[in-house]
Write a protein that binds this ligand. Structure first.
Ligand code: ZN
Length: 132
């Protein structure tokens, strides 16, 4: 099990963690298997998509549009961040990627993102590599 630390700067933000994950997989020295990437936080997500600046802004915009802040959510009575939890629900908490010949099997346009939904914060992403 490895941990990657992610520092976020915005309230909602995509952070590309692909290169860090490639390093983790390389240093594990596993020829074939799977890599599970997981966030332990309830107001963040892990997704795979294209690292293109316009698209990253589009994803933030659609999250804002689909789940606007403070429209009477019950959880806002507790700590005022219901929209952050609800956006995280749409994204999911983990992705699983095959490993072949010691490398993550990613398409040429695929990058792995940590998605902050309640920043800025210091976050941790867990990486588990299973040989097989
Ligand atoms: Zn909360």
């Amino acid at each position: 099990m490895e941990r990657i630390e992610v520092k976020t700067r915005e309230s909602t933000e995509l952070i590309d963690i692909t290169e860090k994950l490639k390093e983790v997989v390389k240093s594990a020295g596993v020829d074939s298997g799977i890599c599970v990437i997981f966030t332990r936080h309830t107001t963040s997500g892990i997704i795979i998509n294209e690292n293109e600046s316009g698209l990253k802004q589009d994803i933030v915009a659609i999250l804002n549009e689909l789940v606007p802040k403070g429209t009477g959510y019950l959880h806002d009575r507790i700590d005022n961040n219901a929209h952050s939890h609800l956006r995280a629900v749409l994204l999911g908490t983990s992705v699983t990627i095959p490993i072949d010949r010691g490398e993550l099997v990613l398409g040429s346009w695929q990058s792995i993102f940590f998605v902050e939904c309640d920043g800025p914060r210091r976050r941790e992403v867990y990486v588990q590599i299973v040989e097989g």
